[in-house]
Design a protein around this ligand. Structure first.
Ligand code: ATP
Ligand code: MG
Length: 289
């Protein structure tokens, strides 16, 4: 049995639960603190994201899903967390950045211009490390929420906060000045796991890999003139080699292959110019290699 801590309610919650469902776990998320998976030796703990690194370090939870920004901040705050927690997997969702922002009417004079200024943030350690590296000494005010209103109420000259689109900054009269950290969701694990728990975690990670590989690829089926097969096959990467079957119509073959999502349209264009027709594109649910 392994205990997985996830954010009770927030920006990580839906994607974390969806990933676990895609990994085949069956569970109910009720309003309670704990909930078991019915078909996997795992129990969910629903917590505030800030508390997850410490709970994993202390063994209250065995693994957890948090923003890397929260992990790094917690590690800088506590040597115990730093030595008792590792990243098990990078999960690729909840991508965001931690940025310095200043009132939009000001001209940004580089990080040096923040010397001696008051900066409000929920991530004082990440900010402090960044500023120290640049030789800047500023007055860092730690606040736990609504950081973006600090300049307008006279609490700070600048802020350091999470940005994804920048619209929150804009609606508070601020502009992004400098990116100081990029984050994504990570799965963390405690150092205390038993060998049995490591096996459960390995099984879960195996499933996570199958899900994330599948998301990065598409399955394609196409018809090609047999005379251009060599050139068509040279375009297709495939997991191993593509499958080729002759069609009833002599001179034509069907080709099945797997193509990466990021170069998908480019590959389709090249295939068409080599005479490929009737191209079908299918999503892949899981990919086990
Ligand atoms: P809690 O109540 O659990 O303490 P919170 O208010 O501290 O929640 P959220 O705003 O839900 O935290 O954000 C959780 C994490 O999601 C952040 O630490 C960050 O890693 C990521 N995140 C935050 N904002 C965004 C965003 N706009 N886009 C993508 N990811 C984000
Ligand atoms: Mg939080």
């Amino acid at each position: 049995m392994i205990k997985l801590a996830i954010q009770k309610s927030g920006r990580l919650t839906d994607d974390s639960l969806e990933l676990m469902r895609e990994c085949g776990l069956d569970f109910n998320k009720s309003g309670t603190l704990k909930s078991p998976a019915f078909n996997f030796p795992l129990e969910f703990l629903f917590l505030r994201d800030d508390d997850i690194p410490a709970y994993v370090a202390d063994g209250v939870a065995d693994i957890g899903i948090v923003g890397e920004n929260v992990l790094v901040e917690a590690e800088a705050h506590s040597a115990h967390i730093k030595t008792h927690v590792d990243i098990a997997e990078r999960l690729g969702f909840s991508r965001c950045r931690l940025s310095l922002a200043i009132p939009k009417e000001q001209v940004y004079g580089g990080v040096q211009s923040l010397q001696g200024k008051r900066i409000a943030t929920s991530f004082p350690h990440i900010l402090q490390t960044y500023l120290a590296d640049k030789g800047v000494v500023a007055d860092i005010h730690e606040i736990s929420g609504s950081v973006e209103i600090a300049p307008s109420i006279g609490l700070a000259d600048a802020i350091c906060d999470i940005v994804s689109s920048g619209s929150t900054l804009m609606s508070n009269g601020l502009k992004e000045a400098e990116i100081i950290y990029r984050s994504e969701a990570v799965m963390i694990q405690g150092k205390h796991l038993t060998s049995e728990q490591i096996k459960v975690l390995d099984d879960l990670r195996f499933r996570i890999h199958a899900v994330s590989r599948a998301k990065k690829t598409k399955y394609i089926v196409l018809n090609a003139p047999t005379s251009s097969l060599d050139r068509i096959l040279a375009i297709l990467p495939g997991i191993k080699s593509p499958t080729v079957t002759p069609l009833a119509d002599k001179g034509w073959s069907a080709v099945h292959s797997v193509v990466p999502e990021d170069t998908f349209w480019e590959i389709i264009g090249r295939l068409r110019s080599e005479g490929a027709q009737g191209i079908l594109v299918l999503p892949i649910e899981k990919m086990i290699v």
